[in-house]
Design a binder for this molecule. Structure first.
Ligand code: BES
Ligand code: ZN
Length: 632
């Protein structure tokens, strides 16, 4: 049934990207010859008929009603004979639609489809330049999380943040919500006067008296990068073009954690070309933010769980910063090509970390990735999702969130690393720099990337590119045999310590023979992940006494320890575990813990009890995953 409805969209899309490759006015003939079928099965938009090029957004944020009331004035570019503009919406109430002359336009809000929401089809003529939509969001708006003061860190003011990726922008803006469609925007947002508003745009650095804030995003971006945050937020500068926003009590800690940010930006530019977005700021959100980070342009949204106090989890910042090139400049054309966003970003992230902290450091990250990747492939195989372990996905009729696995990230990373190792870093880096420069503000498909790889890298240096190199990685499930293996002396040392511990070596012996006192977060992660699944209460207690895992302030370490706590029913850590689950909204941490719980009936009971308390703190993207897991 879905197919019937989606096929016309697919067809419509097949020629559109050439006509309006949105933000890219000078398509080369080269592009026309390549696959520009940016067919996106997750949008109703028909950009070949009429495409949005600019959004002027006037919004009022109402915390009492938990609603945004807004006027979206869209500038459109339409084809000859255009009759309709089709937008994506989800749970929006549309109050009126007019053209730029204030004349009423007819519209139909179509039937709601699973995942996609409802198409808003507006009658236009080829002369219609502007469409003005008065609307409001619903309480269920999936991108929005409204926090009571008690759910914030400082507990005094309410807070609102958005999470638009992958297809939730449509739940707060009627827009063409496809990564292949780019538009510029400006906005005027009214908020209670004791709060400040920030967007993925030019931002204020302090509150003003009337609570009205103006924003401008002059580079064209896709809808999934639309973002808004409202709260009692303060700013601290980190350098000439960077800074951090957070609730007052978090600000100092955040500024200290991110003190190497300017170094990261310089390292990134050195590698792959100038930073194109003017400023790079980070906002540390309340703990219910469902992701580690989100690369909203000019303003990364980040979880407070990376504030470990020792800068040890800031590769996440390198990751979101790297998206300023991979993802935000060169954007996956649709969610089946998601690895182009995330695989490139992980690769770039590790190169930034290598440049700033050394190869030893980045190799530890890469080895942890390899471990994640192997585990994920096994898990997906067992769950009957083996075909989703190809880099190129088919998410037709599914939630694009299904593509959010270690495959896009880590298999993508290792494929790019293999290419680097095949041609040598010098050629590879020159190629990547050109790739970002030549494709800035454009969309990319997997097919087009392979063509570029062939012509700009292999042919250019007269190297042979065996199709097998990409066939196995991109179009075949599983992990190819030629996967590079990172090397880390530090992890070898940890592995020896693990073997010794398993052979009953004492804590003192471990400390003296392996110098575990000086281990960093990543060595501890390797250690805890390497412990046997099944441990006695005594063994758990010994480990805990020796290394203080239950009371570690490090969220990543606690998360892997938590799995052992659940698996081995280690009661002394239960209250910490519960408080972690209730106070953390980051899905990457929550899912493995809840999944461990549901392995036994008693665990499932406990999970449900904790979840009843925790759920109000979770964003829709986290609670919808856990609802499904717990069968709610
Ligand atoms: N863009 C992603 C987050 C995302 C992807 C949200 C798809 C919704 C749909 C972001 O850049 C990301 O990858 N975050 C990771 C960071 C990590 C890999 C360093 C996260 O949140 O854990
Ligand atoms: Zn990412």
């Amino acid at each position: 049934m879905k197919k019937k409805i989606l096929n016309p969209i697919l067809l419509a899309w097949s020629c559109c990207a050439i006509l309006f490759s949105c933000g890219t006015s000078q398509e080369s003939s080269n592009e026309k010859n390549t696959e520009m079928k940016a067919s996106d099965v997750h949008t109703f938009a028909q950009p070949e008929e009429a495409v949005v090029t600019h959004l002027n957004w006037e919004a009022s944020v109402n915390f009492d009603l938990k609603k945004i009331q807004a006027i979206a004035k869209l500038t459109i570019k339409s084809s000859q004979g255009a009759k309709q503009l089709v937008l994506d919406t989800k749970e929006l109430t549309i109050n009126s639609v007019r053209n730029g002359n204030n004349e009423v336009l007819n519209f139909v809000l179509g039937e709601t489809q699973p995942h996609l929401g409802a198409p808003l089809t507006i009658d236009i003529t080829p002369n219609t330049k502007n469409v003005v939509i008065a609307y409001e969001t619903s309480e269920k708006a999936e991108a929005l999380q409204w926090l009571e003061p008690s759910q914030t860190t400082d507990k005094v003011y309410p807070f609102l943040f958005t999470q638009s990726q992958a297809i939730l922008a449509r739940s707060w803006i009627p827009i063409q919500d496809s990564p292949g469609i780019r538009f510029t925007y400006n906005a005027q947002v009214s908020v209670p006067s004791d709060l400040m508003a920030l967007m993925s745009a030019s931002n204020p650095i302090e509150k003003n008296e009337d609570g009205v804030y103006n924003f401008e995003m002059k580079q064209a971006i896709p809808a999934y990068l639309m973002a808004l945050s409202v709260g009692n937020i303060e700013f601290s500068s980190l350098g000439a073009r960077s800074g951090v926003y957070a609730e007052p009590s978090v600000l100092e800690k955040a500024a200290a954690e991110f003190e190497d940010l300017e170094k990261m930006i310089s390292a990134a530019e050195e590698l792959y070309g100038p930073y194109r977005w003017d400023r790079y700021d980070i906002i540390v959100l309340p703990s219910s933010f469902p992701f580690g980070g989100m690369e909203n342009p000019r303003l990364t949204f980040a979880t407070p769980t990376i504030l470990a106090g020792d800068k040890s989890l800031t590769s996440l910042v390198a990751h979101e910063l790297a998206h300023s090139w991979s993802g935000n400049l060169v954007t996956n054309a649709n969610w089946n090509d998601f690895w182009l966003n995330e695989g490139f970003t992980v690769y770039f992230e590790y190169r930034i970390m290598e440049a700033v902290y050394g190869r030893d450091y980045s190799e530890m990250l890469a080895l942890l990735s390899l471990q994640d990747l192997k585990a994920e492939i096994e898990e997906m195989k067992a769950a009957g999702n083996f075909k989703d372990t190809s880099l190129k996905l088919d998410l037709t009729g599914r939630n694009p969130d299904d593509g959010l696995t270690a495959i896009a990230y880590d298999k993508g990373y290792f494929f790019l690393r293999l290419l680097e190792e095949t041609v040598g870093r010098e050629k590879w880096d020159a190629f990547l720099k050109d790739y970002f420069t030549n494709n800035s503000f454009k969309t990319m498909t997997t097919k087009k990337f392979i063509e570029i790889l062939q012509t700009q890298l292999f042919d250019a240096y007269q190297l042979d590119m065996e199709p097998a190199i990409y066939e196995a990685w991109i179009y075949t499930p599983g992990l190819p045999d030629n996967c590079p293996v990172p090397v880390s002396d530090k992890f070898e040392n940890v592995d020896n310590a693990l073997a010794a511990w398993t052979a009953n070596q004492s804590k003192e012996e471990l400390q003296t023979s392996y110098n575990s006192d000086s281990w960093t977060t990543h060595e501890w992660l390797r250690f805890v992940r390497g412990l046997p699944d099944s441990l006695s209460t005594e063994q758990m207690a010994n480990l805990d006494e020796a290394f203080g895992f239950t009371n570690t302030g490090n969220s990543e370490i606690f998360d892997v320890w938590g799995i052992l706590v659940i698996a081995n029913q280690y009661e002394p850590a239960y209250s910490q575990l519960e408080s972690f689950l209730v106070n953390t909204g980051r899905r990457k941490f929550l899912m493995p813990l809840y999944k461990e719980f549901v392995k036994t009936p008693e665990g499932t009971e406990m999970a449900k009890e904790i979840y009843a308390k925790a759920r109000p703190n979770y964003h829709f993207v986290a609670s919808s995953s856990i609802d499904a897991l717990l069968g709610m």
